[in-house]
Design a protein around this ligand. Sequence first.
Ligand code: RUB
Length: 325
Amino acid sequence: VGPGRSAAVAPDVHPAVRETAADIDEMRVRGAAAIADAAAAALARQAAESEADDADSLREALRAAARELLDTRPTAVSLPNALRDVLADIEGPSDAATLREQVRERAAAFRERVAEAQDELGRVGAGRLADGDVLMTHCHSTAVVACVAAARERGHDLSAYVTETRPRNQGHRTARELVDLGVDVTVVVDGAARHFVNDVDHVLVGADTVAADGSVVNKIGTCGLAANARDCGTPVTVAAGTLKLDPETLTGHAVEIEERDPDEVLAPADREAIGDVSVANPAFDVTPPRYVDAVVTERGQFPPTSVVTLMREVYGTDPARPWEA
Ligand code: RUB
């Protein structure tokens, strides 16, 4: 349980759900797609192994599990979208066995669909990349890696500038995965992005959330990178499946930006040595749609202004919140 969170937990939440919530909270599981997958798997465990023997108690346990998962990281909409999908129609079954089976099946189908969507998104994204292209990317995104992998499968030679991505250095993982794909990788400090962005053909980043107006919420630093890219005329592509569309932004809901522990930025000893300073550590920022050229999804690529239509099609206009009773 992270700082400021309630220590009170519902009694029937399965230990596997608590473990998954801790893994997400402490970033052993990270990245929006992986968070959604882990949450769906945890709900399936909750359904299969809950001690509830009637449908109402099982429903309550599932909702409590969903709330515990939701209480981990607030920015990635893939998490509530996964819960929405797996818990759809939980009001239906009147006996626990049917409800158990329904949730198990929905979780398995969700996880399979998300994996397939990622492959399809990779193929769509690869269509934007040409042989010999130079990319710049920030943080670590499985969707970005899927695009690069699909382009490599087509035989395209690629090189990439990969930003370290302070304070957690997720760029190291990106660099390793791109090297494994045969990409010529140069790692740069985040502050060097502007220095090199003029030399690249594409900025390619992932997203935690895409809002109805086409704004893209992604790792802190993405907005500055995209603004610099726009200034140089370098196209910015966001690789984000429909799992990243936030249907609640259709109804005016704002995306919460996660504030993480100051110790990630300055170790306590450094802080003490510096003196009386505050540390701000927002994990994500919001890139306005005017800096984004295309959002690549498993359903094709869209200008950010068309995201709203896709969002309505996928989620409707009245998104459910099945974790609420
Ligand atoms: C991860 C991050 C990624 C998106 C997309 O931040 O900002 O770009 O989550 O990733 P953190 P994916 O490391 O703080 O979770 O494409 O894998 O969903």
